[in-house]
Design a protein. Structure first.
Length: 235
């Protein structure tokens, strides 16, 4: 680690994210293509998966797992696995990602942990049945605002909730629909309205605001936690 990294732990990741974002924006095709190129060129999952934001997210995720007695987890968008490295407990975990490069990286990184499995996600749930695409907790962490295509977003949400037996944990921005300036891989959505309309059997159980909002922290985030629970009669 360089002196610059020690003085500004999030600076390197912010710079890399901007560099890869600029390079990919010049030839942006779709969200899955963007992320495969980003990881293939050595990019990371971004600042949200490192430093204090990663620690904050791990605290909330691990707390949900403990409080609700979760033993199985499926995550739609595991990325480079840095956030996963902060997951504690002995849960059985399946990580899915649109990037084959990211999946291969995670398989190598966590190759000695038999509780963790990974597979490429292509928008369908009919992957190898042996993977068991069903878990007590289905997670989407820092993904929804990167689903710029409406059809991709709808399919993703359907799969996210279909894969959950008891709980769905989402960490994302939740504001009126709109693309981020100069960032073709970012499109904010008021996803909670969509959930209320599309999945009436699921109710918002917990809402946790960000400890490091971007309005107060240069390397902060506007994403927040939303934990949905299936109503008792639907178990």
């Amino acid at each position: 680690m360089t002196d610059l990294d020690m003085q500004h732990p999030g600076l390197l990741h912010r710079l890399l994210a901007r560099i890869y974002g600029f390079i990919n924006s010049c030839s942006f095709k779709n969200s899955s293509d963007y992320w495969e190129k980003r990881y293939a060129h050595g990019g990371t999952s971004g600042t949200g998966s490192y430093g204090k934001l990663a620690e904050f997210k791990a605290e909330i995720i691990n707390g949900v797992i403990r409080r609700h007695g979760i033993h199985t987890v499926v995550e739609f968008g595991c990325g480079d696995g840095n956030q996963l490295g902060l997951l504690d407990g002995e849960v059985s975990y399946l990580g899915l990602d649109v990037s084959a490069t990211a999946v291969a990286h995670c398989q190598k990184k966590f190759g000695d942990d038999v509780r963790k499995r990974f597979a490429v996600y292509d928008g369908r749930l009919d992957l190898d049945p042996a993977l068991g695409i069903k878990a007590e907790l289905s997670m989407s962490i820092d993904v929804i605002f990167h689903l710029v295509e409406d059809a991709v977003f709808i399919q993703y949400m359907q799969n996210l909730f279909s894969a959950a037996d008891r709980h769905v944990l989402i960490y994302s921005t939740n504001r009126p629909y709109g693309a981020a300036r100069h960032l073709p891989h970012v499109r904010h959505r008021n996803f909670s309205d969509y959930v209320a309309a599309a999945f009436p059997a699921w109710k918002l159980h917990e809402h946790v605001v960000n400890r490091y909002p971007s309005t107060q922290h240069q390397d902060g985030s506007d994403a927040e936690f939303f934990l949905y629970t299936r109503t008792a009669q639907e178990y």
